[in-house]
Design a protein around this ligand. Structure first.
Ligand SMILES: *Cc1c(COP(=O)(O)O)cnc(C)c1O
Length: 411
């Protein structure tokens, strides 16, 4: 009989969102009149920018004529898109990225998840706690970890605790690690790393010959000057960092699907025979073998965010969500709740009042004010006692939810 990849059996199951769904369904069944507002979603709600829609309509028309039809494109992405990305997100910020250092994809979840394939199985992985689950689960699947322990941690993984006591900036690990996943601005905490904090990690990676896997999916939400938009703003990062970006949160592409990964040719790892090999070469090999390119229509839509109209529309879209974030954060503070994030990210990470557990707070919010959020404990043991609200709702519901928290929630 065929055997399975037993590593999959080590996974903890998709408990978090299943359990949220179960509790909400039970509450609805018992309280059919309840007007439930969802501030738990990690998905955008507002329509695509008009410039993207227009570009995609035009691309569809091109595909309808033999003279302008396009079949398979370059796996790494069309140059009309990669040139625009490099110019706008890197060159303009003083970072030089070559055209063969960028790989367009169908979104950065796949890239963050697949990247570990080009690393040896004996690498030691470091992740933050709490964490976006993709980094951890894909390493479990690959067999780079032991089993799940009673404390909620996988054996063999280095966890970097992030909570209010360290201002959500992880301390350097005491032991040596090879692969370091950092997400900034952070999902779920909505917090960021300053230039100085990030430099600490780049220096660590350079000294330890580690690679930083830097997820900048929320870069467009940064408002403060001291927060780097790209890890390559930090001196020396081009030798040690791979960066992931996405159009999902920037331009509402969660359903349209487009992202990209930057792998500078200077980022290298050691082969079994001791030679140094560019990760860029390996990823190019993987990408061209396992991926056949992002849809032409979608790449045209993505490129449109770099037109003057597109830039303005994206700014408005991000501004809309960030106004929601401000409303949520200030509303929580007015209700006497300590809140983090929401300034450079569309997530607000609140400290549960009276040391309630994340799930007790979930139940309280659901039953007393009919609001659904996400328990922090679902993102890792250090998320216990915290709770995530998102700014991705529409304005009206956000205002209604915050009003309920301010006027009806009692401790
Ligand atoms: C939403 C998100 C992404 C982007 O995912 P896509 O696959 O591009 O939609 C990446 N990383 C984090 C942490 C996210 O929250």
């Amino acid at each position: 009989m065929a055997t399975i990849n037993d590593n999959y059996l080590k996974l903890a199951g998709s408990y978090l969102f299943a359990e949220i769904g179960r509790r909400v369904a039970a509450f609805k069944e018992a309280n059919p009149q309840a007007d439930i507002i969802r501030l738990g979603i990690g998905d955008v709600t507002q329509p695509l920018p008009a410039a993207c829609i227009e570009a995609m309509h035009k691309a569809v028309d091109e595909l309808s004529h033999a003279e302008t039809f396009r079949g398979y494109g370059p796996e790494q992405g069309y140059s009309f898109l990669t040139d625009a990305i490099i110019e706008n997100n890197y060159t303009k910020r003083g970072i030089s990225i070559d055209s063969d250092e960028i790989f367009v994809s169908d979104g950065s979840k796949s890239d963050c998840g697949n990247i570990q394939e080009i690393f040896g199985l004996n690498n030691k992985v470091a992740i933050t706690d709490p964490v976006y689950p993709v980094y951890l689960d894909t390493n479990v699947m690959a067999g780079r970890t032991g089993t799940l322990q009673a404390d909620g941690h996988f054996e063999g993984v280095t966890y970097l605790p992030c909570d209010a006591s360290n201002n959500f900036a992880p301390a350097l690990p005491k032991e040596h690690v090879d692969m370091i996943y950092l997400c900034c601005p952070n999902n779920p905490t909505g917090t960021t790393l300053s230039r100085a904090e990030l430099k600490k990690w780049v220096d660590y990676a350079r000294e330890n010959q580690s690679v930083i896997l830097f997820d900048a999916a929320y870069a467009a939400y940064i408002t403060e000057e001291d927060v780097p938009r790209s890890i390559y703003e930090i001196e020396g990062a081009k030798d040690v960092a791979i960066e992931f970006r996405s159009f999902s949160k920037t331009a509402g592409f969660t359903g349209t699907r487009c992202g990209y990964t930057i792998i500078p040719k200077t980022v290298k790892g050691r082969a079994a025979d001791g030679t140094l090999v560019e990760f860029n070469k390996l990823w190019n090999r993987r990408h061209t073998t396992k991926f056949n390119g992002t849809a032409y229509i979608v790449q045209r839509g993505a490129a449109a965010i770099y037109t003057p109209e597109g830039q303005q529309q994206v700014k408005e879209l991000v501004g809309y969500y960030m106004e929601n974030a401000r409303i949520i954060r200030e509303g929580l503070e007015a209700a006497g709740i300590t809140a983090y994030g929401g300034v450079n990210a569309p997530y607000i990470w609140l400290k549960t009042p009276n040391n309630m557990s994340s799930w007790d707070f979930f139940d309280k919010l659901l039953t007393e004010v009919n609001i659904v959020g996400t328990p922090g404990a679902g993102f890792g043991p250090c998320g216990e006692g915290y709770f995530r609200l998102t700014a991705f709702g529409d304005r009206e519901n956000t205002l209604r939810a915050v009003d309920r928290i301010k006027t009806k929630l009692r401790f």
